[in-house]
Ligand binder design. Structure first.
Ligand SMILES: C[S@@+](CC[C@H](N)C(=O)[O-])C[C@H]1O[C@@H](n2cnc3c(N)ncnc32)[C@H](O)[C@@H]1O
Length: 289
């Protein structure tokens, strides 16, 4: 992988072998229908999961169009997840600037611009995703306001205090949380907001369960315990204001996905981990002090 420059001269975007392998994963897993077929519905391409109950009627009705209905319903749930994240960003003015850290194919960034009318920068360590998301922003006619960059969220190169709000939508399991939140504390001014949606393992049930380890293995990630989030946030002047346990709300998405033609084989591990209580799906909103 070619090292390109961030805002810091001579700093390579990919610093470690591990980051190279994560970038390679996202650069090469391009054709996964679970992301592409859902995104094609309305041009919002997500790489995250859904929340909320599904409409059971999508599973009834004519068999030849069932899969189409299931896919549309899964997309509705994943877009609802991004809407919920944006609901927690607080008051955002059109003059504010936002950061989508680990932006994937850019769906949440486009939604944020549509909702708030402000500038959004997304960063990802996959060059393929950067190109894809910038093309989408072009197709939406918002390329002047929504921009995607090949940068590392641990060292973005953006100006100190330049972001009114930052979010991570299912990206924190790829990085060291202390390093990440030190960078976010630098980018946010006093009173700036950070919102995270993530899976984390349950300190109360103990270490990584077998199902959580299967998820790590599948995505080349390193799921953190719940406690690690609150330790790293408070150590970096980020004070939680809301914590929402979305575990129950995400189970229907996984049940529906298990019935779909775009299932990838990891559905049972998620369902087991959530149902046995070894894994949570959390939203955390925090303010920079
Ligand atoms: C599961 S995807 C989530 C994408 C997006 N947030 C969404 O909700 O659709 C994880 C993303 O994190 C990015 N990522 C992982 N480590 C990163 C790092 N150190 N810096 C920037 N992005 C990173 C990956 O490239 C990928 O885009």
């Amino acid at each position: 992988m070619t090292a390109q420059m961030t805002g810091h001269p001579a700093a390579p975007v990919l610093r470690t072998r591990y980051q190279e392998s994560v970038a390679a994963y996202w650069d090469t897993n391009r054709d996964d229908p679970v992301n592409l077929r859902l995104g094609e519905i309305d041009g919002l391409y997500h790489h995250h999961y859904g929340v909320g109950d599904y409409d059971p009627s999508v599973l009834a009705g004519p068999a030849d169009t069932r899969d189409q209905r299931v896919i549309a319903e899964m997309h509705r749930l994943e877009t609802a997840q991004a809407d919920l994240l944006l609901d927690h960003l607080g008051d955002i003015a059109p003059t504010d600037r936002l950061l989508d850290a680990g932006s994937g194919r850019g769906g949440t960034s486009l939604m944020a611009h549509r909702r708030f009318g402000c500038e959004v920068d997304g960063v990802t360590i996959s060059e393929y995703q950067v190109d894809f998301a910038n093309r989408q922003a072009g197709e939406w006619g918002v390329a002047d306001a929504v921009r995607f960059h090949f940068r590392n969220m641990l060292d973005t190169g953006f100006d100190t205090g330049s972001r009114r709000a930052i979010w991570t939508n299912e990206t924190t399991m790829y990085v060291d949380l202390s390093e990440l939140y030190a960078e976010f504390a630098r980018l946010l001014p006093f009173g700036g907001r950070y919102v995270c949606i993530t899976g984390c393992y349950n300190d109360v049930t103990g270490g990584r369960s077998k199902a959580v380890s299967q998820i790590d293995e599948h995505y080349t990630c390193n799921i953190h315990p719940r406690s690690a989030y609150f330790r790293a946030l408070t150590a970096n002047r980020l004070v939680p204001i809301s914590v929402v346990d979305l575990t129950t709300a995400t189970i229907p998405y996984w049940e529906l996905r298990a019935h779909s033609s775009v299932a990838t084989g990891i559905e049972e591990a998620f369902l087991t981990a959530y149902r046995e209580g070894s894994f949570h799906y959390l939203l955390i909103a925090a303010d920079r002090i």
